[in-house]
Design a protein around this ligand. Sequence first.
Ligand code: N01
Length: 544
Amino acid sequence: STARNQTNGAASPAAELDALIIGAGFAGLYQLHTLRDRLGLKARVLEAGDGVGGTWYWNRYPGARCDSESYYYSYSFSEELQQEWSWSERYPEHGEIRRYLDHVAAKFDLKRDIQFGTRVSSAEYDAAANLWRVRTEAGESFSARYLITAVGCLSSANIPKIAGLESFAGQWYHTGRWPQEDVDFTGKRVGLIGTGSTGIQATPVIAEKATHLTVFQRTANYSIPARNGPVGAEELREIKANYAAIREKARATINGHPFDIAPESALDVAEEERLARYEKAWETGGLRFRAAFRDLLTSKAANDTASEFIRAKIRGIVRDPKVAEMLTPKDHPFATKRPPIDSHYFETFNRDNVTLVDIKATPIVEITPAGIRTTAGEIPLDIIVFATGFDAMTGPLLAMDIRGRDGVALRDAWAAGPRSYLGLQVAGFPNLFTITGPGSPSVLTNMPVAIEQHVDWITGCIDHMRQHGLQRIEPEPEAAERWVAHVNEAANATLLPLANSSWYLGANVPGKPRVFMPYAGGMANYARLCAEVAAKDYQGFVLG
Ligand code: N01
């Protein structure tokens, strides 16, 4: 790529870097900026895509927009940046987020140190040289003191192995690997598999274009109306005037969202008051529905009231009672799987050109040249959309062959599930940092908050090492074991493990170990722990 040729010094492929960063999404861009521009390191990013954006580079499916609100789904590290950028909608669409990240890359002159179109295939720690030796699929090699993964948590597509897919005569797509050009659904019979956040965003948009849309649902899902709309000029002024307070609040909460969680239990108030609160939260829309009461994720009885409220809404919206019943979630409490938000999802099933197929009742048998055959018969299709999610958190890390000391493969070290200290480092893998890795709050939060905290911590750690002439950092195995136990304990203090088909547990990928991967102890609490560890001379880490 042209970026490669513009890079000073690093142009020779085996060039030795201080830091090599994998991925040019929110995490990789900011990490490059801090290491290069604040610490003065020789740093470089390798990125598989042909542009910046990470998640937002690949997820261009119809209806793809962020479920966090635009004004706080953004970087906080530059006051100038947050003042000069203006979001157009309450929930930014994928293209707008890419434009934002392109603007960031231009503003901080990042692209000259990003090599696009470059997928890392392996990375091996060379103990004698204390360097990471990194190879790309194209056969290039790099060496770096620090290896930092910024590969995202939801970037390894989960495409179910359904017999006959290769025989399908039409087109098929996974939402997380959407083509760069638009897909035209006009005049097409479309089948969509999957009703997670992605399927729920895509369904109403595809239904408007397609001749017919068939949604294949395995698990009915709760969803809250997003209530998207333009951001008015006055609102924008107010946000910009209050940014310091908004950011501070986001960092002080459990989920990195800058809104208050009600102090009451759902069981503290009379039924009438409770319903009025849910009604108001439903009208306001978005992920803040969860904040209507403080205990929706810790008390099953409290959660039942919210789950039942949403079920009643679904039955009220969907006109055909049989379809309404199929769409009503019953097998897990609200928000124990990542709750989707939507724009007219349930309403879409009132359209004449939309059919819902319950594939628990009538499972998919195979894909044929003409469509999808379930136990109830064949449904002819021109396009199949897989909204079937991701091999989350560990998938993108294990897709590369990462080997630590003595050639130990990360795949083997994590055979029974991921084991990290603070989600930041793995024992036996010196100088490897995993931004938003398993064992960190990441996917349970508003991602940019988690990302900035990790990048700042890693930058501070590397700065500390350089100041003190230290060459190596890795966790004590006991510290990692304690952290893994704590991650489990934190999950078990919530209702989250009750959703036994959740990707948080790896349950969506056949054969994947069932381990609750993200840290559910809360973002603010986690950030405090990380800061304490650093202040106590990196307690639990071995430095040398
Ligand atoms: O993936 P999912 P997603 N046969 O894993 C079904 C983030 N996100 O892409 O529930 C048939 O949630 C599966 O069924 P089941 C967000 O964190 C953010 O929707 O396993 N069906 C489920 O219905 C989100 O949680 C945003 O029974 C199969 C669906 O496919 C995460 O990404 C937008 C199947 C997968 O749901 C992932 O969301 C979108 C099979 N073999 C996503 N395998 C924004 O903020 C799976 N399914 C914008």
